[in-house]
Design a protein around this ligand. Sequence first.
Ligand code: F0G
Length: 481
Amino acid sequence: MENISFFDGRKIPLERHKVRIVQKLKLIPVEERLVRIKEASSNLYLLHNKDIFLDMLTDSGVNAMSDRQQASMMRADDSYAGSESFYRLEKTVQDIFGMEHFLPAHQGRACEKVIADLLVKPGDIVPMNYPFTTSKAHIKRCGGEVVQLLIPEGLQCQSDHPFKGNFDTKALAKFLEENKDRVPFVRVEAGTNLIGGQPFSFANLKETAALCRKHDILLIMDASLFQDNLYFLKTRDDECKDLSLREITRAVADQCDIIYFSARKLGFARGGGICMRESELVNPLKELIVLNEGFLTYGGMSVREIEAIAVGLEETMDLSVTSQGPEFIAYMVDELEKRSIPVVTPAGGLGCHLDALRFVPHIPQEQYPAAALAAALYIAGGIRGMERGTLGESRDAYGNETIADMELLRLAMPRRVFTLSQIDYAIDRVTWLYENRDLIGGLRFKREPKILRSFIGELTTLSDWQEKLAEKFSRDLPNSL
Ligand code: F0G
């Protein structure tokens, strides 16, 4: 916490903002939660928001906006071409990342689509510290493959390694020596999502960039979760701790050729874009943006959102803003660890991640333990998390399950949205569930999509465990919803 200590020694994340617009929440009774999860085929994406008490599904597009962001939206300049709003965002992005060109897109995966369309051809391989679902899907769509080259500590749920998102640079060096002709670019992800929001260090990024330069290969950073990585560079990395957030950002950007981001995360609004230096790629990418996203001065975004992103990016350079997410997450992770509940450590960005392999070790990965845990936590508390495991993978060419490296239930922490008592409530319900974990059972598909199946797949339980869990909750907490 930034220079504020409690006299009584407690370590409590202190909000550095006040709440001035609120939205009412409803907690429906456990009997009704059971009905709703059945109606939603145990897939939390299929729930209605009105039936959810704490929506910890994602931080995407649901971060709280500041008064300054809201105010900026009022001056939005609506025009198909040449909007002043766009030029304000372009200037902000240029100032922050120090790159000349900014190509707007409607969200992160749209950036991934045009980059893959331009650069990836059948037979190509893209090395990544760790793939994200949509980045991998677009590369595969273009006939390419991804190779994951994370340091081994990255896949250990419990660790004290401060930078579990680091590239295994020895493995990368070897891979590039052997395969450079098939590598259109190297992708480094900031705040590595699927391993629990874990950062890379500055030294590691520099080594990665040097390897790319040696082989004349582009280094592309996915900066969607950059604000968390930035916070950890400031607080954990000796090389960065005396620099301002702005200086760290520029130093990171200087190592990269292209940076893209989802502004549903970075910038606390809704949109995205690609930042790049002058090169022969700029014009072909511009053409793809116009074809897929819209004209170069809006790229599928509303001009109001464009204004809000510009202000949100500026606010990201303020440590008292950027720290709020990681501090709340660290609080939740610490409290769960004190209760011996298996969580990903060290605390990362994005959210608190429960380790389903240790939470429900009796559920085999083919029965989707993280998805089962997600459904169980909804029954226990009206809390919606996101499955990050085998359910989110696709089957291989022979129809076999692709068993995920990790089975996580992500409890995302949209920035500046929840109060500490709501987080305490979530901790309490997770604790109750852990005490009753033996009651949780597995799931199987009743309708299985071919790709991105966690979004719209329909599941069913392998026994009546959900009914039993709801009954036990009513017995243990008879006077509570
Ligand atoms: N890259 C990363 C690292 C992401 O976390 C996401 C989205 C994207 C790209 C795609 O961006 O959603 O704007 O198209 N992550 C969301 C999540 C969906 O909940 O973690 P998008």
